[in-house]
Write a protein that binds this ligand. Structure first.
Ligand SMILES: *Cc1c(COP(=O)(O)O)cnc(C)c1O
Length: 360
């Protein structure tokens, strides 16, 4: 493995599975007459012809939605793939590049649990290289864990459940030194002070960025995930994506929600302010050992006994999450930032627990 910062020239297209390279994709009926000027009589897709707003198949390429995203993110529509939530996108990326039982991926626990689950579903080896100091990736250990069959390094920044962003220099080092794909899951990027790697797509042919409308964009219900990568990578992923994977209603909602960008920005401001206040509060609570700084819309909290504290919060009607973490990080809880009103209730509940305990 080269340790220089000079990029080895290779073609990420080569990394795809042979069956994917060979595949001739299905051509949806509505592909043929997309730019027909007059309203034709559609007798090509066996739909019910009586109009009700949803009787026709949606645009299989989500052109209108992609154009909106492309303008906003300053990429081309050919650098975009839109999926049924980012989970579908992540699954497709593994299936495009990883040969079951032969290839491997790298994940950095504690991180988003779906990475490992998707590897298992696809019978692809998941090589775990735990995050190091301050929850930053250990590049030396990661590169050492890779071999010629390691296709993708999964990064999550800001990371779920730890909340921190990965240092830009570390991401760049991996992009420059790994002869495979570096995927960054940016589900929480809109809460972060750091810049998205989408802006660096032109520099790195092996970079894939995944985002979602499920978090900051307040649209978890419509299931809309976005993949940004080079045209070549997007073309490969699109080959195996199922036709019409995003419904008409999701496409419409996504289009609308992206237009309400300014309102989302305001909400993110409020949530980040709430996060700051909750962070301070948590660090004053006796049973909290550490509240970790967060670039996302949640805080990872190290407590004395996570099971007990989880139950006590639940008793007061508050549901938090005890994430699956390595043994070295036992007794943590992940608390999502709610509305200002919800946070007042959360703080009261924390205080109640603390007061109850002082009489024990
Ligand atoms: C919540 C979350 C997602 C969202 O997945 P969707 O399928 O888009 O809802 C993706 N990645 C991470 C790291 C998350 O925490």
């Amino acid at each position: 493995m080269s340790t220089t910062t000079e990029k080895t020239v290779y073609n990420p297209e080569e990394l795809a599975r042979e069956n994917v390279k060979r595949l001739t994709p299905y051509v949806p009926a509505r592909d043929k007459f997309k730019n027909f000027n007059h309203s034709p009589i559609y007798l090509d897709a066996n739909e019910n012809p009586f109009a009700n707003g949803i009787n026709r198949y949606p645009d299989p390429h989500q052109e209108k939605l992609k154009q909106t995203i492309a303008v906003r993110k300053q990429v081309t529509t050919k650098q975009l793939f839109v999926g049924n939530g980012s989970n579908e996108v992540l699954d497709l990326i593994i299936r495009t590049f990883c040969e079951p039982r032969i290839d491997s991926i790298i994940t950095l626990p504690p991180t988003y649990g779906m990475f490992g689950v998707l590897a298992e579903i696809n019978d692809v080896e998941n090589r775990k290289v735990p995050l190091g100091k301050d929850f930053q990736p250990d590049t030396k250990k990661i590169l050492k864990a890779c071999d010629e069959n390691t296709k993708i390094i999964f990064l999550c920044s800001p990371n779920n459940p730890t909340g921190n962003s990965i240092d830009e220099s570390i991401v760049v080092e991996l992009l420059n030194n790994f002869n495979g794909l570096v995927l960054i899951d940016e589900a929480y990027i809109d809460f972060s002070t750091k810049e998205s790697f989408v802006n660096q797509l032109h520099k790195y042919p092996n970079l894939i960025v995944v985002q979602t409308l499920s978090k900051a964009y307040a649209a978890a219900a419509i299931r809309l995930g976005i993949c940004y990568a080079s045209e070549k990578i997007i073309r490969l992923i699109s080959k195996i994506g199922l036709p019409y994977n995003t419904g008409l209603l999701s496409q419409k909602w996504a289009f609308e929600i992206l237009r309400s960008h300014n309102q989302i920005k305001e909400q993110v401001k409020v949530l980040n302010r709430e996060k700051k206040s909750l962070f301070k509060y948590l660090n004053k609570i006796a049973f909290v050992k550490t509240a970790y700084p967060s670039d996302a819309n949640f805080i990872l909290v190290h407590v004395d006994n996570s099971k007990k504290r989880y139950a006590e919060l639940l008793e007061q009607g508050i549901v938090v999450r005890v994430p699956k973490v390595p043994k070295s990080l036992l007794n943590v809880m992940r608390i999502t930032i709610g509305t200002p009103e919800e946070n007042i209730k959360l703080k009261k509940a924390l205080l109640n627990i603390e007061n109850e305990n002082s009489y024990e």
